[in-house]
Design a protein around this ligand. Sequence first.
Ligand SMILES: Cc1cc2nc3c(=O)[nH]c(=O)nc-3n(C[C@H](O)[C@H](O)[C@H](O)COP(=O)(O)O)c2cc1C
Length: 246
Amino acid sequence: MNRSINRRDFVAAGSVIACGLGVSQVSASHCAEEERKTSIPVQEGEKIQLLTPQTEGGMPFFEALAKRKTTRVFKREMPDLQTLSNLLWAAAGINRPDGRRTAPTALNSQEIFIFVILPNGVYCYQPAENSLLRCAEGNFQNLAGNQNYAKEVPVTFVYVADLNRSNCSPETQESYARVDCGFIGQNVYLFAAAAGLASVFRGSIDHKALAKLFKLGEKQMVLYAQSIGYPDEEKVQAAPSMLKLK
Ligand SMILES: Cc1cc2nc3c(=O)[nH]c(=O)nc-3n(C[C@H](O)[C@H](O)[C@H](O)COP(=O)(O)O)c2cc1C
């Protein structure tokens, strides 16, 4: 399946089932299992089964590097499921048989969890299942960021560190987590460049409100967010002169 899903579809449907995303009901026991595995509290919800990521071809690496940039003007158009699947895999998917990821983590602690705010709900990326597990239903885009543009972007990743996953000192854990998060952010930037998407990595978020939304526990912290969508080319053209006025 490779269809485009627009924002209106998502919001109007109130459920990704109606968008034909291949959602399946997840049982309470399955959720409990997910919860143990991830150590991030995810509630009973629905699952979006992601598509097998396309891991070959694409834009030449140096071209993607040349195009990597921050963009803050987005269309509301939702990327299709294949693009979303590729994006999550590029961000922090499993790329080796031993379960290691596309982004490195100190001590291979894999402590960064990606919460995904979509127009119809909030999900937690489950790399081993190649799925998104819903942890909150409804539109929470108003919590996606403090800057206005961030509230209308169709896809927001919120990076959450689970510091229970290593035994280092709290200072070391946090510094490792912020670096690990940066690697994921750069993977997303490069994927966005290669796929014709726009992205902005953001520290300007309401950490407390997001932690409450995700029902985070002790030593689990919201670090950063990253908006991903299609660039609004007309406004992008206008943006440089706007910036010069600053
Ligand atoms: C740790 C970090 C936090 C950032 N926070 C924000 C933010 O809150 N809002 C924003 O619009 N951009 C944010 N940015 C994006 C930077 O402003 C952007 O990367 C910088 O202007 C350089 O532009 P470039 O990414 O196109 O090279 C952040 C970037 C980093 C690395």
